[in-house]
Design a protein around this ligand. Structure first.
Ligand SMILES: C[S@@+](CC[C@H](N)C(=O)[O-])C[C@H]1O[C@@H](n2cnc3c(N)ncnc32)[C@H](O)[C@@H]1O
Length: 308
């Protein structure tokens, strides 16, 4: 725990003190950040959650037939476990392991799920997906299904995504499978609105990272001096989120400081948007070959089942 705290602190300070400042998107998710993300999923502009749920509902029978019952379901970045709950009702797994970095929020979600689904053995694993995940030692290797919805894979650049998918492949035996949601390339106005909602929940989510950083490194970021910025970077095929300094400002923490000039940015998130064929190629490079793709009629989002 102390090691994790120290390495987070070092990672954040290293990101902040680069000439182009960054904060990893994993620091969005303190308890308040997780709750703000949950609000984002209910916004009219935020299509990914809604469309992914529609695809899963439309193709529920085919998904269930492909997976079968009694598996060990492992969700990466489980959040409030709502999607897992629907999937559990569909495929009746023997056990469910929810993995997430937002520990307190995860435990609350898992406790609620245990009450709702008492027949399933449900565990919580607080872990960072950037590292090798230690699953409970008594988990059978056979018949594992890794569920990675919400296009969270888009937060990793292509090299990191490949490394994460390879590590995921390592969690599976030959009879295992990966079921994931992937956000697709689409009309710019739709993308832009999804990350710049009218009521400002995404802005609050983006700014909240500074509160979390203040607690983790003891810095004195003043949220009133920062503004949310999100736009689509066509060349990289990704939404970028930044925080922009509204004024010249000096941020201090114990043992260091960083001055920002007005207009200077801290890059807080990427959300890559894929073309299906490119994502299938990424899966193939990561050790998954047998794939099945379900999508919506506008091809905004894809749910992909992949096997080693
Ligand atoms: C975009 S939300 C998706 C939540 C939920 N799975 C869904 O689809 O609505 C990303 C989730 O992954 C978790 N997360 C983000 N970065 C992570 C990391 N590096 N390791 C583990 N979990 C992470 C967050 O806490 C959050 O619950």
């Amino acid at each position: 725990m102390i090691d994790t705290f120290l390495s987070s602190k070092l990672e954040i300070i290293e990101g902040l003190t680069q000439s182009a400042s960054t904060i990893s998107p994993k620091y969005f998710y303190d308890t308040k950040g997780s709750a703000l993300f949950e609000r984002i999923t209910h916004l009219a502009e935020y299509y990914p959650t809604r469309i992914e749920q529609e695809i899963m509902a439309t193709h529920a029978a085919a998904i269930a037939a492909n997976i079968g019952t009694g598996c060990t379901l492992i969700e990466l970045g489980a959040g409030n476990c709502q999607k897992a709950r629907v999937l559990c009702e569909l495929i009746a797994p023997a056990r469910f392991v929810a993995v997430d970095i937002s520990e307190e929020f995860l435990h609350e979600a898992v406790n609620a799920l245990r009450s709702a689904l008492p027949a399933i053995d449900i565990r919580a694993v607080a872990a960072d997906l950037n590292t090798q995940i230690a699953l409970p030692a008594d988990l059978p290797l056979q018949q594992r299904l890794v569920f990675y919805p919400g296009s969270s894979i888009g937060n990793f650049d292509p090299a990191q995504a490949q490394a994460l998918l390879k590590r995921t492949r390592g969690l599976l035996g030959m009879d295992g499978a990966l079921l994931m949601g992937v956000d697709l390339h689409k009309d710019l106005a739709v993308l832009d609105a999804a990350y710049n909602d009218a009521v400002g929940v995404t802005a609050a989510f983006n700014l909240n990272v500074l509160n979390h950083v203040n607690r983790l490194i003891g810095s004195d970021f003043d949220l009133r001096q920062w503004q949310h910025l999100a736009f689509f970077n066509e060349t990289e095929s990704r939404i970028e989120m930044h925080l922009v300094a509204a004024t010249d400002t000096l941020v201090r923490w114990s043992g260091g400081q960083r001055s920002f000039t007005r207009g200077e940015r801290i890059h807080t998130e990427n959300s890559y948007k894929y073309r299906v064929e490119d994502f299938l190629a990424l899966l193939a490079r990561s050790g998954f070959s047998r794939t099945q793709v379900w999508s919506d009629e506008r091809s905004w989002f894809a749910v992909i089942l992949a096997r080693p």
